[in-house]
Design a protein around this ligand. Structure first.
Ligand code: DGY
Length: 278
């Protein structure tokens, strides 16, 4: 089949695909993307979108459905890497790791007093595969975990109670702006907000205001308008920033490629798709 990809994927499984064009291919039947908008009208023969990402919030699922185009993603293989980065951001933000590093590189030796991670109350917003992997790690830090599945009542209570909030909800119509300005105001003074899910799950303007005030701190891997990061965050000591790298380890990215290739090969053979979204 005729395959196009917006980028070559890392790992050995990639070499199992013949005849992939990286870039434009108007006759493509299969398109491999990384959670990117699909140019449907430019690809009239398109039959499968294979997404190198578990999140597909930038892909028009309704349009895929209307055109009879299948869609796959990469669930399951990036849970550990994403949970690891959530823990890293929690630890870095709470223990002021980046601030200390920057001070030393600047020739300073400040007396930094941080906040504890061990024993903290952790609210996990979105208790799916990744959220559950964070909960397992949190147990090793003797944390008290409050898992929140829905956007109703229990979320507000959890935000009020938590020392640390870690966001793991997918971005969709139900979760866009879920952590609103009003909900951010529920956080305790000195609380830490970690987001490795999608920036738009949080009201980013409100989050910036809270961080600028210094009332809370944060570890952020994702932003509402990537690659743009709100300018106001750049000089703040109370936020640790990473460039959407939660799944970006050699091992996990190779495993994600394996899933993409398995979906493409199954589709080409007319077999059931291993990880269908549609
Ligand atoms: C995912 O898989 O959704 C990661 O955020 C990478 O986009």
């Amino acid at each position: 089949m005729k395959i196009a990809a917006t980028r070559p994927l890392p790992g050995p499984a990639w070499d199992e695909l013949d005849d992939v064009v990286v870039g434009e291919r108007p006759d493509a039947e299969i398109l491999i993307v990384m959670n990117e908008p699909v140019p449907f009208d430019a690809l009239p023969a398109l039959r499968l979108v294979a997404n190198f990402s578990v999140g597909y919030d930038r892909i028009d699922v309704a349009e895929c459905r209307a055109r009879g185009i299948a869609l796959t993603n990469t669930p399951g293989v990036l849970d550990a890497a994403t949970a690891d980065l959530a823990m890293a951001l929690m630890l870095a933000a709470r223990r002021r790791v980046v601030e200390g590093d920057a001070a030393i590189r600047n020739g300073d030796w400040p007396h930094l007093v941080a906040r504890e991670v061990t024993g903290a109350t952790l609210a996990i917003v979105g208790l799916g595969r990744i959220g559950s992997a964070v909960a397992r790690r949190a147990a090793g830090f003797d944390m008290r975990v409050i898992g929140v599945r829905s956007r109703q009542g229990d979320l507000d209570a959890a935000l009020r109670e938590a020392d640390i909030v870690s966001v793991h909800a997918p971005l969709n119509d139900d979760t866009r702006g879920l952590i609103s300005r009003e909900r951010l105001a529920l956080l305790r003074d000195g609380a830490t907000l970690v987001n490795t899910a999608r920036g738009a799950v949080i009201d980013e303007d409100a989050l910036v205001d809270e961080l600028v005030s210094g009332r809370i701190d944060a570890g952020l891997d994702v932003f509402a308008h990537e690659p743009r990061v709100p300018e106001a965050l750049i000089g703040l000591p109370n936020v640790v920033l990473t460039p959407h790298v939660a799944s970006s380890t050699v091992e996990t990215r190779a495993a994600m490629t394996r899933v993409v290739v398995d979906n493409v090969l199954a589709f080409a053979r007319g077999e059931p798709l291993p990880t269908p979204v549609l």
